[in-house]
Design a protein around this ligand. Sequence first.
Ligand code: NAD
Ligand code: DAU
Length: 368
Amino acid sequence: MKTLLVTGGAGFIGSNFVKESLRAFPDFKIVNLDALTYAGNLENLKDVEDHPQYVFIKGDITDAALVERLFEEHDIDYVVHFAAESHVDRSIEDPGIFVKTNIMGTQVLLDAAKAHWETGKDDLGYPTYREGVKYLQVSTDEVYGDLGKTGLFTEKTSLKPNSPYSASKTAADLLVRSYGKTFKLPINITRCSNNYGAYQFPEKLIPLMLSNVLDLKPLPIYGDGMQVRDWLHVKDHCIGIATVLLHGKDGEVYNIGGNNEKANIEIVDLILETVRKKLTEKKYSGIDTDPAKIDDSLKTYVEDRLGHDRRYAIDNTKITTELGFVPTYTFEEGIEETIEWYLNNQDWLDQVRSGDYQDYYEKMYSKK
Ligand code: NAD
Ligand code: DAU
């Protein structure tokens, strides 16, 4: 049995990954280390909390003593590192926590992996490691910066992050790369485009718009709404990560994208239209929004995000040709399934919007 340490497994992508992995890999034990910040939620993992091959540890990745102890106690073979501060708007408000979690946390994990897996030295003085171990860094296409109207990010595109969030992710990637080069630690880095799907916190575009539509609140569209993102269903992202974990060549970077570029305004229009149609056709438990009031007047153009990247789009050629990964969801089926999930999971939405969320919303959107 292999033991996989997942960090940030109570967040959006991490919780999807934990559940998919327990299903797909019956011979894996999964240790989930998560600090349960505002973005982490154990409700996301209710289905698997009693699974015999699953262990949850509440703790901070920057706590080196804790991380070292976990490696010892659970004899970790693989690391998939999701834990991060992940929201660009928050990084503009308060960059410090992004540096601590995203950069320093990554270094703590790299040091623990190196110390635990090292078996000796080779003739040139490089550390040697036990067979079959791997550290996988979950990164983002935002490290490449902003694309013009044409072109795609490849793994060779230079790194030009524009926000404190993406700068912290880039710094972490460079640390991971350096442990691969200097210490020959078996590493991979995956760089993914925008994810969507169930359990995404309603600070990100799709769940925020869904949440606001249901409350008949204004839909805040930054700038002209023509910024483009390349949307990937979270379950496809999870399959891409597992593919790299098991088959990726040591030291390599793999981009993971959805081949699915959409302008923000297209997403907002689609959400408006789909929710109106669904609420007209069917009654959903806990929702009493009048579908006749869901119309274009909710769309509200607000002040743009500072340093807002105009377009991201990923070239998937490397992961497709070398590892055989292709996304399975079409956007049409993925977004339909996602909207349906949010309409059927009002309790989850209410729970994550209680407490600090209202303060966050006020702070971020009242001045726009
Ligand atoms: P998220 O914000 O939903 O979840 C982050 C998780 O990390 C939460 O459970 C949180 O409690 C945990 N966490 C935060 N700080 C921690 C700490 N110090 N110690 C332990 N746990 C901590 O994020 P997400 O959207 O699921 O993203 C996961 C990863 O994927 C991130 O590294 C992000 O940069 C990357 N990524 C996200 C996307 C996307 O579209 N969401 C796209 C590409 C890459
Ligand atoms: O590209 C991958 C990245 O995708 C990940 O690394 C990040 O963790 C993830 O948060 C996401 O970053 P974005 O900034 O692209 O996602 P967000 O959902 O915040 O915004 C998507 C687009 O929608 C962006 O152009 C800003 C715009 N937007 C967002 C919000 C929250 C709005 O117009 N209004 C909004 O209220």
